[in-house]
Design a protein around this ligand. Structure first.
Ligand code: HEM
Length: 133
């Protein structure tokens, strides 16, 4: 019998969340929170003054990461996440600030508890590897 590759989950997390339009709302909410909440001022200070380019890059990255079109990696200037984050001093507190903004953004944009559980779990793993202090 010919063995086959594991089936791609259908629908993908990208489709379940509401594709690019939903990710645009979530990522915009994420950076609005980062810009306005004094509790995450250290995280904000780590970023460039203009968050415009980041709103685009994080949205594009998350599209592919959730199983949608890999637009971030089709860009000429795409970089791997480990290299992007290595120059920044990311400790446990900084990781918490990032995650708290993203969790609130997912909530504020009405992402279901079920879908959030999968996304939060994957983000917890990814951000663990980014802690470098
Ligand atoms: C652990 C907490 C994190 C911290 C403190 C952090 C911080 C940063 C900083 C300071 C930058 C550069 C910003 C700038 O140039 O203005 C950046 C870029 C970026 N981050 Fe993060 N980040 C974190 C987690 C994540 C996660 C979990 C993802 C993906 C889901 C992500 C995706 C990106 C992307 C796509 C870029 C832009 C890369 C490029 O320039 O092409 N980050 N991050």
């Amino acid at each position: 019998m010919v063995s086959s590759l594991p089936a791609t989950p259908q629908p993908s997390l990208y489709e379940r969340i509401g594709e690019e339009a939903a990710l645009r709302r979530i990522v915009d909410r994420f950076y609005d929170l980062m810009e306005s909440d004094p509790a995450v001022a250290p995280l904000r200070a780590m970023h460039a003054a203009d968050l415009g380019p980041m709103r685009e890059r994080l949205r594009e990255f998350m599209m592919g990461w959730l199983g949608g079109p890999p637009v971030y990696f089709q860009r000429k200037n795409a970089r791997c996440m480990a290299m992007v984050h290595a120059p920044f001093p990311i400790d446990a507190a900084m990781r918490e600030q990032w995650l708290s903004c993203m969790h609130r953004a997912l909530d504020d944009c009405g992402v279901s508890a079920d879908l959030q559980a999968s996304i939060r779990k994957a983000l917890a793993r990814m951000t663990e590897d980014m802690v470098n202090r």
